[in-house]
Ligand binder design. Structure first.
Ligand code: NDP
Length: 452
């Protein structure tokens, strides 16, 4: 049987674009790709990239005072959202253009249209065009979920925050995960009054307790009005603002309620079930270690599979898919020891097991240091950094590293290499410190603070 394409990719985000590009340019496949919104997906258009730009913008608010402490004659400036937002949008346009060029240069034919599956080898576009393909790759990502609160549609999500025309005076953020905590810091830094409700006992569930405790403390010190054990119960529009009552009986009125209560895979109305593709409990596409679905010709990668919702992971999954399907080299994606950073203020980064996870399975030594970094302390700030290593007593391997500090994300990338290589605590000890830095603490902690 002949097909129109060797591969048809649905979704032009990080994973889909990488798979399409590499399949076409390196494996010589004839590739088509359809994207219904903007090329670049969540990461480039409404996720990592604009978020990080907003983090940079928000961090300047503390720098005026710090610069004065270092002897600069400087007054606090005022932040102008329209100026920043226009520049941010221009940057996203530029990046989207790069994505399009990359696809064109690789020889991928792309369609600005929604694609749905007709059967195991056929897609139909919203333009009416129908194409057959030997393999179909679904990389449609996910979208923010609203909780089941009456009038939840009065709230906004991270999708809308990038498109705001003016900066609100006050925002209530609901949730305690990555997105909620990152935006609490961003908006607070930009001068918005930020309240945050999290239903559990401590934000950033799943991360190392000590590290997330320090992040929560730092967020509060910087001005985020964080309430744990608290959820939203009622919301109503009143005089153009939003009135909210919490589960603890607290009432307040804010300009916006932002829900950061998790994301759902984009699997609805794609023809997946009709084509025989199995979906899981969270509406994710169920795949095996090679990203193959229950229909052999259909594969899925990235957030739509609800494995690890991180851009670099989706890219890895895309590369492994091409290696498996087009280069005849079955390659499973390694989801172990993936380093990641949470761009909260203070920033947190992590790789491997938390102390709580590690001690479930073996006896561990904990090395931990919390201190005031020189740059901030000199400026009179009380910010503290944290460096923590979780070490196996038996193998001496470093099982986890947790950092709360400026540039924690940059540090964890490098520590991640050592830990992925199986470094022991003694390997860390043998490494000479770089002085004076924050990260030197990672190689100078000689005595465990506890063994558990
Ligand atoms: P998360 O799953 O991280 O967090 C969702 C939060 O919402 C949790 O605190 C959860 O509480 C809470 N929640 C869920 N349902 C409700 C409800 N009905 N009422 C009140 N609270 C609720 O999702 P995010 O949307 O923050 O992020 C999605 C994914 O995107 C992340 O898992 C991550 O993989 C990725 N991401 C990564 C970033 C990075 O690498 N820096 C940045 C942003 C996103 P509970 O803990 O009790 O379940």
């Amino acid at each position: 049987m002949t097909f129109d394409y060797d591969l048809f990719v649905i979704g032009g985000g990080s994973g889909g674009v990488r798979a399409a590009r590499v399949a076409a340019s390196e494996a010589g496949a004839k590739v088509g790709l359809a994207e219904e919104y903007r090329m670049g997906g969540t990461c480039v258009i409404r996720g990592c990239v604009p978020k990080k730009l907003m983090v940079f913008a928000s961090e300047y608010s503390e720098m005026f005072a710090d610069a004065r402490a270092y002897g600069w004659d400087l007054q606090d400036g005022a932040f102008d959202w329209p100026t920043f937002s226009a520049r941010m949008r221009a940057e996203l346009d530029r990046l989207e253009g790069i994505y399009r060029n990359l696809l064109t240069n690789a020889g991928v034919t792309f369609y600005d249209a929604r694609a749905v599956l007709k059967d195991a080898h056929t897609v139909e576009l919203s333009t009416g065009e129908v194409f057959t393909a030997k393999h179909i790759l679904v990389a449609t990502g996910g979208h923010p979920t609203l909780p089941e609160v009456p009038n939840a549609d009065l709230g906004i999500t991270s999708n809308e925050i990038f498109l705001m025309e003016k900066l609100p005076q006050s925002v209530l953020i609901v949730g305690g995960g990555y997105i909620a905590c990152e935006f609490a810091g961003i908006l607070n830094g930009l001068g918005v009054e930020v309240m945050q409700y999290y239903r559990g006992a401590q934000i950033l569930r799943g991360f190392d307790d000590e590290a997330r405790g320090l992040v929560a403390e730092g967020m509060r010190e910087k001005g985020v009005d964080l309430h744990v054990g608290t959820n939203i119960m009622q919301m109503e529009k009143r005089d153009g603002r939003i009135w909210v009552k919490s589960t603890t009986g607290r009432e307040c009125t804010v300009d916006h309620v932002m829900f950061a209560t998790g994301r759902t895979p984009n699997t609805a109305a794609l023809g997946l079930e009709e084509a025989g593709v199995e979906l899981g409990r969270w509406n994710e596409i169920v795949v095996d270690e090679y990203s193959q679905t229950s229909v052999p010709s259909i594969y899925a990668i990235g957030d739509v599979t609800n494995r690890l919702a991180l851009t670099p992971v989706a890219i890895r999954e895309g590369m492994a898919f091409v290696e498996t399907v087009f280069n005849g080299n079955p390659t499973a994606v390694d989801h172990k020891l993936v380093p990641s950073a949470i761009f909260t203020q203070p920033e947190m980064a992590t790789v491997g097991l938390s102390e709580e996870e590690a001690r479930e399975s073996e006896r561990v030594e904990i090395y931990c240091s919390s201190f005031k970094p020189m740059q901030r302390a000199f400026a009179g700030r009380s910010d503290r950094a944290l460096m923590k290593l979780v070490v196996s007593q038996k193998t001496r391997k470093v099982l986890g590293c947790h950092i709360v500090a400026d540039q924690a994300g940059e540090m964890i990338q490098l520590v991640g290499i050592a830990i992925k290589m199986g470094a022991t605590k003694e390997d860390f000890d043998r490494t000479v410190a770089v002085h004076p830095t924050i990260s030197e603490e990672l190689v100078t902690m000689h005595t465990p603070v506890r063994t558990t």
